[in-house]
Structures are given as structure tokens and as C-alpha cells.
Design a protein around this ligand. Structure first.
Ligand code: R5P
Length: 288
């Protein structure tokens, strides 16, 4: 795609693959952090007329959000058109007022991207389609689920079953199962919005002896997957794996998952990390 630049703070992961997939130049914004926490960005070149800014807003979320907005705003001052590719959209779980007085932060994040000069915004497996609505016509969601399913289809599994840890993710598990050619099931998870305590039950299929793949949009603390894995192991399932789009793996999430008997976590390359092995650059390129 001549006249197109991919601008990113990272020289690894999705951005270089996306530049390759598009036949575009890659310009990197080298980022330093000052002792007081400020970000200092230095560009390695000038963006072309069409600029695609790639920056996830993974932890530290506020810092990476500011960096994404900074790159978009800088690109908007130099290029004719700017597409913000935000592979992982932080704050996407704050998409509605759950308790009275809660600020719907995602609504304001959408305004910030538009105000910074993004003409369009592409993200991967946003937590909810309700959240995407705040971005209006400029927003587009891409799914990593088919690529994740292809990865698991290549593994030697016993009578695999895709399982969503909650009802909200049942469409994701259904799509995963359809792509992989397996069955699927959604657990019923309830989280107390005040205490955070989680309880799980299922009226679904018999999992005895079957290898299960827990399919979720993201793993943050690992709590949802740990609870679901414990429940399924209690039901006599076989091996337990997790497939997610965004492996944030906050704190000791990896150790908690291993302790819960999860044999492996496989995620898309939307955020940095050892689990982020499934490349979704072609799926993102298809939306540009
Ligand atoms: C919840 O609705 C989401 O889809 C994830 O299941 C959840 O946000 C993951 O967070 P954690 O890993 O902290 O349980």
C-alpha cells in the first residue's frame, strides 16, 4: 500500500507484521520514560499521507493510552488521514453504568481518540459490542477467534470442547467451536459487583474426560479462568487450556492459572507477553 506508514512505539509484535501485510513503511516512535513518569517520544521518520498508528492500551493502561493519543495527535498534524489501531482497548469493560454514579469511561476514551484526530479506529475483540457503539461510524472490531481456533485445531486434543467462562462470552465460544469443528458450552458465572466474589454453575454438556479450551476475550488477574477451570476439573474434564485474545496476565496470573491446572494459555499478539503467539496482523489488515 504505497503512501502508507505504520507508526508504532514497538518494533516487535503486531506493528511490523501489519506493515509487512500492507506493504507499508514502518516508522517507530522510540519512547523513553522520564523519572517523573512522563513519556518522551522520538519518531524514527516522517509518516506518509496515510498513517496507521498501532498502540495497545495494556497495563500501565493510562500511560499507554496517553501514548496512543500522543501518536495519533502527532500523526494527525503530519498526515492526511489517520487510522488508530488499538489492538487491546483498555477501559472496554467500563462500557455502562453498573452502579449508580459510575463514570462510563469508555465513552470518554472514544471522544479522546476522535479529538486527537483519528479518522477511524480498529480494535480486536473489544469486550462488548455495546462498547464499540461509543466510537460511532469510526469504530471497527476485528475478531482473533478464528486464528486462535486454527492454533488449537493443530493440537492433539481428546474430544475437545470450547467453553465460555460466562454467558456473556457464549457467542465467542460458539464461533471458536465452529472454526475448530468442536462442540461448545457456556458456564453461568455470577460476580458480586461489590465483593468481586465469583460463583459458577452449568446446565450444559457432560465434560467427563474431554479436553476443554476456556475461551475468553481477556485474562487480567486470571480469576475468571481459575474459577472456571476449578469447576470443570470438579466435573471430571480432561486437560484444561485457555484461549484468549488479550493475555494481560496481571501480577501472578500465570502462576495462579498453572496452580489451577491450566496447562497452557494461548493468546493473540495484541499485547506483549509470552502467551501472545497467534499473529492477527492479516485479520487487522483486512479491516483497513
Ligand atoms: C469478563 O467479563 C471478561 O470477559 C473476562 O472474563 C474478565 O475480565 C477477565 O478478568 P480476570 O482475568 O481478572 O478474571
Amino acid at each position: 500500500m504505497p503512501g502508507t506508514t505504520v507508526l508504532a512505539a514497538s518494533q516487535t509484535g503486531l506493528a511490523p507484521n501489519l506493515a509487512d501485510a500492507l506493504g507499508a513503511d514502518l516508522v517507530t516512535g522510540n519512547v523513553r520514560t522520564f523519572p517523573d513518569g512522563e513519556s518522551k517520544v522520538t519518531l524514527s521518520g516522517a509518516p506518509a499521507d496515510r498513517c496507521i498508528v498501532v498502540q495497545s492500551t495494556h497495563p500501565p493502561v493510562d500511560t499507554n493510552l496517553l501514548r496512543a493519543l500522543l501518536l495519533v495527535s502527532e500523526a494527525a498534524g503530519r498526515a492526511q488521514s489517520v487510522v488508530a489501531v488499538v489492538p487491546y482497548m483498555g477501559y472496554a469493560r467500563q462500557d455502562r453504568e453498573f452502579l449508580p454514579g459510575e463514570v462510563v469511561t469508555l465513552k470518554h476514551v472514544a471522544r479522546l481518540f476522535a479529538g486527537a484526530g483519528a479518522d477511524r479506529l480498529v480494535t480486536v475483540d473489544m469486550h462488548s459490542m455495546k462498547g464499540l457503539e461509543y466510537f460511532g461510524d469510526m469504530g471497527r472490531n476485528v475478531s482473533a477467534v478464528p486464528d486462535l481456533a486454527t492454533h488449537f485445531a493443530g493440537m492433539d486434543l481428546t474430544d475437545p470442547l470450547a467453553v465460555s467462562p460466562d454467558m456473556g462470552g457464549r457467542e465467542r465460544a460458539r464461533l471458536f467451536a465452529e472454526s475448530m469443528g468442536t462442540g461448545w458450552l457456556a458456564l453461568e458465572k455470577e460476580r458480586d459487583r461489590t465483593t468481586g466474589e465469583v460463583s459458577i454453575r452449568s446446565d450444559g454438556a457432560d465434560v467427563t474426560g474431554r479436553d476443554v479450551i476456556l475461551v475468553d476475550d481477556m485474562i487480567s488477574t486470571g480469576g475468571s479462568i481459575v474459577s472456571a477451570a476449578g469447576f470443570l476439573r470438579g466435573c471430571g474434564c480432561g486437560r484444561v487450556f485457555a484461549a484468549c485474545t488479550h493475555a494481560l496476565m496481571v501480577g501472578d496470573a500465570a502462576a495462579r492459572l498453572a496452580g489451577a491446572g491450566v496447562e497452557g494459555v494461548v493468546a493473540a499478539n495484541t499485547v506483549p507477553g509470552p502467551a501472545s503467539v497467534v499473529d492477527v496482523s492479516r485479520a487487522v489488515a483486512g479491516a483497513l
